[in-house]
Design a protein around this ligand. Structure first.
Ligand SMILES: *[C@@H]1O[C@H](CO)[C@@H](O)[C@H](O)[C@H]1NC(C)=O
Ligand SMILES: *[C@@H]1O[C@H](CO)[C@@H](O)[C@H](O)[C@H]1NC(C)=O
Ligand SMILES: *[C@@H]1O[C@H](CO)[C@@H](O)[C@H](O)[C@H]1NC(C)=O
Ligand SMILES: *[C@@H]1O[C@H](CO)[C@@H](O)[C@H](O)[C@H]1NC(C)=O
Ligand SMILES: *[C@@H]1O[C@H](CO)[C@@H](O)[C@H](O)[C@H]1NC(C)=O
Length: 311
């Protein structure tokens, strides 16, 4: 029975509530507070290691028809798009790049300054080669490395070049991957012997966590949209399928002089807590409409002979 008498013992607590303990972000233990969706915070983010300030998280994928390195055994996975990266856009769809030059491992910085204009800081060229393969091997992450070799494919360059480009250009702008550069927190400080290495491995896992939740090839195939060099497709139809299947309208990108070759899809999400958690909520693409030719059909080409892995 709920009446005044049952509530009486609670009265002191109701009248004199215990002071709310100040939130401590000293050691970046994200478990201490309930996670919020990025870009949906209603107050200032207390610990940027636990929720990214650039919180529009993009799961980006490629459809390529060849790798250019088939002669070296690099082929595309059957029945699957490939990973481009996991990107931290600002909540309005704008973005930064190369946010931590102490973690610059990209041999071909693009753009070559942090702003993409001559006034930006120069992004130094990385000349140390592949750091990812030996790192994953040293930590015994053979399964992760094998998955990346299969699904994270570059075009006309070794795959590690794309992996290191994505990390240096994009991962360094996610506050949840900060490792102490330029007064920023070290999100990995209390748990790992080497934050730099921990953040690298964590990024590659986070990107794959996103990728596996957005099986573009399967979604299109289920609606009869399969690669073909004979039939082109209406881009609106492709967008509709991907929106219905993923839960929100992604950005779909095309290349070629007529912008009629389907090559990219970017799923926009908000992450519950750190993007490392992989709990991503689809949201409609913000600030971008497709660059694909909406007047003519678009081509979803089949892979070149010999460019696809044989299962
Ligand atoms: C969300 O957090 C960011 C980063 O701390 C802050 O700039 C922004 O003002 C916050 N949003 C709201 C509505 O308080
Ligand atoms: C930097 O990039 C800009 C824009 O792509 C290009 O015009 C310029 O030549 C590049 N600078 C150098 C030194 O490579
Ligand atoms: C954890 O927090 C304590 C108390 O503020 C601080 O002295 C210590 O340096 C922190 N440790 C790390 C690894 O950040
Ligand atoms: C952390 O790892 C990086 C990359 O392997 C290495 O360059 C750096 O020296 C290491 N730092 C420490 C403190 O061991
Ligand atoms: C289909 O067209 C694409 C784009 O021109 C080409 O790369 C591919 O080799 C073609 N596929 C086959 C099986 O010929």
């Amino acid at each position: 029975m709920l009446n005044f008498l049952t509530l009486l013992p609670l009265l002191p607590a109701l009248l004199f509530p215990a002071p709310v303990r100040a939130w401590s972000s000293d050691n970046h233990t994200c478990a201490l507070s309930a996670p919020i969706y990025s870009c949906e915070n209603t107050t200032v983010i207390q610990d940027t290691c636990c929720s990214p300030t650039e919180g529009l998280v993009l799961v980006t994928q490629f459809w390529d028809t060849y790798t250019g390195l088939e002669s070296e055994g690099s082929v595309l996975p059957e029945n699957s798009w490939t990973i481009h990266g996991l990107w931290p856009d600002r909540c309005d769809g704008s973005y930064g790049q190369y946010c931590d030059l102490s973690r610059q491992y990209d041999p071909y910085p693009s753009p070559n300054t942090t702003t993409g204009k001559p006034d930006g800081e120069w992004v130094p060229v990385w000349e140390g080669g592949d750091i990812v393969t030996p790192l994953l091997q040293a930590y015994g992450k053979w399964d992760l490395l094998a998955y990346m070799n299969k699904y994270w494919k570059n075009l006309n360059q070794p795959d590690w070049v794309l992996w290191q480009h994505e990390y240096s250009k994009h991962a360094t702008c996610f506050t949840t991957f900060d490792t102490g550069y330029d007064g920023r927190p070290d999100c990995y400080g209390s748990l790992y012997a080497n934050s730099t290495e921990a953040a690298l491995i964590d990024y590659y896992e986070a990107a794959i966590k996103g990728f596996v939740q957005y099986p573009t090839y399967e979604w299109l195939e289920a609606e009869g949209v399969v690669p073909s060099n004979e039939t082109s497709y209406d881009i609106a139809g492709i967008q509709k399928i991907l929106e219905e299947r993923s839960g929100a309208a992604p950005y779909v990108g095309c290349s070629g002089p007529n912008k009629d070759v389907l090559t990219e899809v970017w799923y926009n999400t908000h992450s519950l807590g750190r993007p490392q958690s992989g709990f991503l909520k689809p949201v409609d693409a913000i600030g971008r409409t497709t660059n694909c030719n909406t007047a003519s059909g678009v081509w979803y080409y089949t892979r070149s002979e010999g460019s696809e892995a044989e299962e």
